[in-house]
Design a protein around this ligand. Sequence first.
Ligand code: PAN
Ligand code: ZN
Length: 188
Amino acid sequence: MTRNGITMPDALFTEGRLVGEQVENSIRTIGGLTGIFEDEEALKRLPQEALAYEVASLLPVGEGTSGGLYFGVTRIHPWMVGDEYMMTKGHFHANADRAEFYWGIDGEGLLLLMDENRKCWAERVFPGSLHYIPGRVAHRMVNTGNEIFSFGACWSSDAGHDYASIATHGFSARVKQVNGKPQLIKTE
Ligand code: PAN
Ligand code: ZN
C-alpha cells in the first residue's frame, strides 16, 4: 500500500497475456494428454515434452473459497493428433452448478459443450467472442486454426474441476478435420 492509499493492479492483462507476480503458470505437455484423443498412436508420434497448452491464472483467494473469482488465459498450440485438433482436457465443475465465462483472444477455435444428458454442441470462438457456460455443462476448447489459439476464462473460486468423468467417458462428440475444415462428429 502506498501512502496515499493507491496501489498497483493485481496483474496485467495485455497483448493477450496475463502477467504479474501473483500470476500462476501451468503447462500441459503432449505426453500429459493420453486418453483424450481417439488416435493414441498419433499422439505417441508427437514430441512428448512439447507444449500442448499453457494456462496463466490469477487466483486471488484459496481454492474452494465461496464468493471469489478466478481469471485465466489459456494458450493452445496448433498440433494435430491424427485428424483431431489439439484441445484442452475438458471438465465439468466439481461444484456442478458453477458457471463460467470464456472469451476468444487470439486465433480461432471451437468451444465444445456437453450437458449432463451427454448432449453435445459447439460454438465458434474468435477474437472478441464471448461465451457463457452454464453450470452442469462440461467444456473443452479446440484449436481449429494454424496458430496459437488463446482465450480468457473467469470462474468461481469454489467451482473446482471434475476431470474424472471426462477421462472415463469422454465427450459424446469429437472435432475432426474433414476436407480441411473442422467438423463436429457425434461418437455415440
Ligand atoms: C479453464 C481451464 C483451462 C484448461 O481455466 O481450466 O482452459 O483446460 P482444462 O482445465 O480442461 O485442462 C476453466 O475452464 N476453468 O474452470
Ligand atoms: Zn471450467
